[in-house]
Design a protein around this ligand. Structure first.
Ligand SMILES: [Cu+2]
Length: 779
């Protein structure tokens, strides 16, 4: 049980006058007016202890004896409590300082793992919410400035909440230093309750706590003059109280590593996934959900003429009956490349024609997979498919990205040349550029990739700040590609790692993270990407690059997914150590989150299902990330095999006809409850480059500390071709309005659909507002 002690107090004693039947006791602070403390003290009372006092404060007490005839003798006494003192404590008329606690500006580490949620209010009664933060401890002093820039300097309140986990079982003395009012709850017990003006005062309470147990903690505080302080210390028996350290405020697992929701049924192996402008999720594998059709019809090109396409509306059930079907009845879209264009339609290039079995059997395969010359366009506005222009050569495994002028680059993939020479020379070496305005293709004939030593399977292309395209892997040779006219390659950049089926993410304009991969590449002696990661910085003014290795992941991952989050971090999930296709023997279930600030990976929640070859992940408009797919072995799994059993290694189903939604840490409070999220109430549906635009929020604009954009994702084979992240500059223009500035140029943010987010000071994002970024003159 908790017992308050060590509280300053005033003791009053008196001698009873004759004939008294009760007393009234009043008190005033300094020159304030008298307020009644007790109106009905029994006649036998001759002593009163006032514990509700602060240090260094004069109090005047007035005792009035009463009986049935009315008030009788009155006695008045002035008592001044001692000033607060401790070694190193310095008090001036406007500030306090302490020698023993580190300053509150100390560098806080890992606030997402350890730290308290803090709410700052502009009024002394916990109203007028102004800012939300995460802080490592409770250790603030104030001398004429508000606790957060922009707040009232001398009238405010603060609430800290979280979990307190003591290291060992013991009786702890909690020590609060406060000027002015303070209330402290631990384990839902109100331990300290002094919600009144006071000079700096130490109040203590004892409580027995179990080591390792997480107790809810809440401290509320207000200040009402230029000078203020609030500190929370603790001690065990016989020890000197110290500031409660950051590591005692370990946050709930949901707030540290997030969590995966339940396994959801999914009607196809989601080898291909894209987010549509209204937030729906399109997924498909190919002729059928598990690759049976492709496998059976590899020899028969005429059979590669349709795709089962599923569209899920978030918030609705995920099973086959609940998802919409918009099949493509023209092309086997297995291994197509695609991106959501600036006009809101999905542009897809290539697909699967099967293997060329006319080629003699060599090294385990009959010839090489042939790509479709088809292009296709899906219009989400009416859920219809249209044929696009045929490409000169087919593509199986191409990448498609939007260029600054709204054209789309189609690059890589296998072609459809079946020359029977048994040599894997069937790559499509000439990139196409698709013009969405006149629906024509332009070939980059001056930029053949033959002999360039690049990976032609889903090449990792990104638009660079200089307006050219940068090819960042997965193989060792990196190049700039100029896509104007008939195209041209820039100088070669040779790097170290083979990252075959690793991933590449441009996490801010000109900065690319490449990670993982390489484990199952059958040729080449370069070191495998494995658990490694590198940052490539592109010089915005020329074709030079700078590459540096950053900290490794916790796991070797090939066939991973790397997904940009609303806060600019990258969620990494799935993959396997050995990189073997269709194998879950070494599947990685634990996810990781990469921070561009620290350039490190942080371990995150474990999934239930393996997400290896042919798995996908997409950031949804609500800030969650859906992880899907994996497998499509070319037939049904044995019904006797378990689905999603991480103890089973490879003895589980390969075809992942399921999905799991990941709920990131930013959706949770320190105690694991759901965080309150800012809401974007209004913003433009379309902006142009450099445009200043207004955002209205439900929360006060002071709460918004970041405004970000994430481009809509289109993902397959470990590479998300669509995603892109930008931080926007903004000002607060009204109580609930912001003025943000759209990216300056299409080189920094290619035209198209973006998720607009506002984030509070804790990094809690709103749900996305869908916004299209396009030159003003476009249709
Ligand atoms: Cu594949």
């Amino acid at each position: 049980m908790a017992t308050p002690n060590d509280t300053p107090q005033v003791r009053l004693t008196w001698t009873a006058p004759a004939g008294v039947s009760r007393y009234t006791l009043e008190r005033r602070i300094r020159d304030g007016s008298f307020e009644t403390l007790e109106d009905n003290l029994p006649a036998s009372t001759t002593q009163y202890i006032d514990n509700d006092v602060g240090n260094g404060t004069p109090y005047t007490y007035r005792l009035t004896a009463r009986n049935a005839a009315g008030p009788g003798p009155q006695a008045t006494v002035v008592a001044e409590t001692p000033a607060y003192s401790e070694p190193g404590f310095v008090q001036t008329s406007t500030s306090y300082s302490f020698a023993d606690d580190p300053p509150s500006s100390q560098a806080a580490q890992n606030l997402e793992d350890e730290g308290l949620d803090v709410e700052y209010f502009n009024n002394p009664d916990l109203t007028g919410l102004y800012a939300r933060r995460i802080e490592p401890n409770i250790n603030r002093t104030f001398s004429g400035q508000g606790p957060v820039p922009g707040m009232d300097p001398d009238t405010f309140s603060i609430r800290w909440t979280g979990l307190l986990t003591p290291p060992t079982t013991d009786t702890y003395t909690l020590v609060v230093l406060a000027d002015d009012g303070v209330r402290l709850w631990v384990g839902n017990q109100l331990l300290i309750n002094r919600w009144a003006d006071q000079n700096l005062t130490r109040r203590t309470a004892q409580i027995t706590l179990n080591g390792g147990q997480a107790y809810p903690i809440r401290l509320e505080y207000y200040n009402r003059d230029p000078r203020g302080a609030i500190k929370l210390r603790w001690s065990r028996a016989g020890q000197t109280p110290v500031l409660i350290p950051q590591n005692a405020f370990k946050r709930h697992a949901k707030a540290r590593i997030g969590y995966f929701g339940p396994k959801l049924p999914w009607p196809t192996v989601a080898t291909h996934a894209t987010l549509l402008p209204d937030g729906r999720v399109m997924t498909f594998h190919g002729l059928d959900p598990v690759g049976k059709g492709q496998s059976d019809n590899y020899r028969d090109y005429s059979k590669h003429a349709s795709t089962q396409v599923f569209v899920w509306t978030p918030g609705t059930p995920t099973d086959a009956q609940s998802q919409a079907r918009y099949d493509n009845t023209r092309t086997d879209l297995f291994c197509t490349g695609y991106v959501l264009a600036a006009n809101g339609k999905l542009y897809l290039a290539g697909g699967n024609l099967g293997y060329d079995y006319s080629v003699p059997y060599t090294s385990g395969e009959h010839g090489f997979a042939a790509g479709h010359t088809h292009t296709n366009i899906f219009d989400p506005a009416n859920n219809t498919w249209a044929a696009g222009p045929d490409m000169t050569q087919g593509r199986w495994y191409p990448s498609v990205i939007t260029l600054p002028n709204e054209e789309m680059l189609i690059i890589g993939g296998n072609a459809d040349q079946h020359n029977g020479d048994g040599i894997d020379n069937d790559k499509n070496y000439i990139a196409d550029v698709w013009n969405p305005f006149n629906n024509t293709l332009r070939r980059l004939t001056s930029a053949s990739s033959s002999g360039k030593g690049i990976e032609h399977f889903y090449p990792w292309v990104h638009v660079a700040p200089n307006g050219q395209v940068f090819l960042s892997g997965s193989y060792l040779n990196w190049y700039y590609l100029n896509t104007s006219g008939t195209g041209g390659w820039g100088p070669i950049n040779i790097q170290t790692y083979n990252r075959y089926y690793g991933s590449s993410v441009m996490y801010e304009p000109g900065k690319i993270l490449v990670l993982g991969g390489g484990a199952n590449n059958l040729s080449g002696s370069a070191p495998k990407g494995g658990a490694t990661a590198q940052v490539i910085e592109l010089n915005p003014n020329n074709q030079t690059i700078a590459v540096r290795r950053v900290a490794d992941m916790a796991h070797q991952r090939t066939h991973l997914n790397a997904t940009l989050m609303p806060d600019g971090r990258i969620f990494v999930n799935g993959g396997n150590n050995d990189g073997i296709n269709y194998s879950n023997a070494t599947a990685v279930y634990e996810s990781e989150i990469w921070s561009p600030k620290t350039e490190t990976f942080k371990r995150a929640a474990e999934a239930q299902c393996p997400r290896t070859y042919h798995s996908t992940a997409l950031l949804l408009l609500d800030g969650t990330i859906i992880t899907m797919g994996g497998g499509a072995i070319g037939g049904d799994d044995s019904p006797s095999l378990p689905e999603c059993d991480k103890t089973a290694g490879d003895a589980q189903k390969v075809n992942q006809l399921n999905a799991e939604i990941y709920y990131p840490p930013y959706l949770h409070n320190a105690d694991g409850s759901e965080a309150a999220r800012p809401v974007i109430q209004a913003a433009p549906e379309r902006v142009s480059y450099g445009q200043t635009f207004s955002i209205s929020t439900d929360v006060p604009s002071s709460l918004v500390e970041r405004v970000t954009l994430v481009a809509f994702g289109s993902v397959t084979h470990a590479f998300n071709m669509g995603q892109r992240f930008l931080e926007l500059s903004f000002t607060r223009t009204g109580p609930h309005t912001l003025s943000a500035v759209a990216p300056a140029s299409a080189n920094l943010a290619t035209p198209g659909y973006y998720q607009l987010y506002v984030l509070d000071g804790r990094g809690v994002p709103s749900k996305a507002w869908v916004m299209r970024l396009r030159e003003a003159g476009r249709p």
